[in-house]
Design a protein around this ligand. Structure first.
Ligand code: C5P
Length: 221
């Protein structure tokens, strides 16, 4: 049923949330399920790609035939993705990378006190932007979740991070995005042009995403 149109291509996909530990037992994270990234990994593998999946903590089985690298923090994900991407032709960042981590990670669990506490946060490295800066004929794809002005903000992100396109989704739709099996995304290019796709299963979104990645690759040659 699948055409092996990704044969001889190496694809790296990131998935899931990251965990930013405050101490050994507490962390900051988000509700990303990893389903979108795992769907990209499964679809790309079925179409003949050599797939590396860099995954944050999720409750999903390892996709068969895929090299899976498990990470927790954004810094770990950054290092794993950059290493795996060195000889890849396509990189898809579906991971919901935490924007910040604690400035200081305590080595022991802090006792509770009655008063207020504050946590100082420092920015995490932007993995997609780092890849965009060292870009060399690689197709780079990102995701973005926006609550408003989605297309404009996603186009700005694509330009700033040097991505070929971004798939934009909204956190508010029932059964889509975080945790759902379906997704309704809009493809947004750096030039601001966009294409709203219908609501599809995450596997179908993955298939279209890979079709578009191949188009970008062909038009660049
Ligand atoms: O800026 P924003 O987080 O909305 O951008 C989303 C895109 O950038 C996603 O593809 C996400 O995986 C990627 N990203 C990243 N490193 C970060 C933050 C986001 O690669 N630190």
């Amino acid at each position: 049923p699948h055409s092996p149109d990704l044969q001889n291509l190496k694809l790296v996909v990131s998935a899931g949330p990251t965990r930013e530990y405050l101490d050994p037992v507490r962390f900051i994270s988000n509700p990303s399920s990893g389903k979108m990234g795992y769907a990209v990994a499964l679809e790309a593998q079925a179409r003949g790609a050599l797939v590396t999946l860099v995954s944050g903590p999720v409750n999903l089985p390892d996709p068969p035939g895929v090299a899976v690298i498990k990470v927790e923090s954004a810094v770990q994900m950054h290092d794993a993705v950059l290493k795996a991407a060195a000889d890849a032709q396509i990189v898809v960042m579906t991971a919901a990378v935490a924007d910040y981590r604690a400035a200081e990670q305590k080595t022991e669990k802090e006792a509770k006190t009655a008063g207020e506490v504050s946590i100082q946060l420092v920015p995490n490295p932007d993995i997609l932007a780092a890849l965009g800066q060292q870009k060399s004929g690689r197709v780079l794809i990102g995701f973005a979740m926006e609550t408003h002005a989605g297309v404009e903000r996603a186009a700005l992100k694509a330009r700033r991070k040097n991505a070929d396109f971004i798939l934009l989704n909204y956190p508010t739709q029932q059964g889509t995005a975080f945790g759902g099996d379906d997704n309704q995304v809009t493809l947004v290019r750096p030039d601001g042009t966009s294409e709203a796709w219908p609501r599809l299963s995450k596997r179908e979104v993955a298939a279209r995403l890979l079709d578009e990645a191949l188009k970008v690759r062909q038009s660049a040659r």
